[in-house]
Design a protein around this ligand. Sequence first.
Ligand code: UDP
Ligand code: MG
Length: 324
Amino acid sequence: MKKNKLKISVVIPVYNEAESVPELYTRLKTVLAKLSGKQYELIFIDDGSNDSSFEEIQKVYKSARGHVRAFRFKRNFGKAAALSKGFEEARGDIVITIDSDLQDLPEEIPKFIEKLNEGYDLVSGWKQKRKDPLNKTLPSKLFNLVTGMLTGTRLHDLNCGMKAYRSSVVKDVRVYGELHRYIPVLAKFKGYKIAEVRIKHAPRKYGKSKYGMGRFLKGFFDLLTVLFLNSYLKRPMHLFGLFGIVTLTGGVGINAYITYLRLMKGDIAGRYPLLFLGVLLMIVGVQFITTGLLGEMLANMNSSREEYSLGEELESDALLEKKE
Ligand code: UDP
Ligand code: MG
């Protein structure tokens, strides 16, 4: 292991949270100094704020003497992009994410570390008493329930901004679009051990929420993506081929029957709707199969991407030539 290796990286997505930044920094600093001495870094990602967030971050950067790093996006790219930049940059063994609006309490960080040390790879926060309006908490409950049922990742608060990871997890799981909501799911699919801890939650003090109800509809589309990526990314034909064959067979069957009517009875006796259905099924069936083939082409071009996550390895150099 390299000397002076950082222990903890805190990734902080910031979008128009100027008022919160100074207080967040002071509180994080206090907690982390106790926890890991000087071995921590705070990574601020300014997600294209149009208030004075970045000026505040700059002030903090100057006063922090090396513990702060900051990145500023040219425009707002979304929380997933911010997190993903932070994950890429993080150099600690443990990576913590925390919202910058002071709704997550920096003082809860030790709980996460403790849980990680029990042998987990990802620890997610659970805001048991959530300080948000009902139009947020209710859809969120539903979201957690459905995701839990469909993916088997049963967490009470999947989308909690506060989470802790072993660094291998953040280097392994790719977040893009709005998939940050599903990091625990993606991590679990890859075989990482996940757990949750109950945390306190504060109402928003400054600024306003960046998300409305719209996120839940998008969230469910993302769920489909996540499910698909997990099971069929590497073998799209298995899914589309199956749909294709079933639909195509249905269509061919129906049209064979229509053909039989026409040839044997002379006319198809009001079976026009059925004829259309048959034709439709055949076309859709062929399309499914073509989609599957295209998918296979993409998967094939992309096949250099890893398909597994390595846990441990026992290596031997018996076959290596010894150069003296
Ligand atoms: N955020 C971001 N980019 C965005 C939207 C939000 O970096 O496009 C950050 C925001 O600054 C905050 C966190 O993501 O630190 C959570 O956002 P918010 O508090 O608005 O969500 P809520 O708590 O209402 O779910
Ligand atoms: Mg918030």
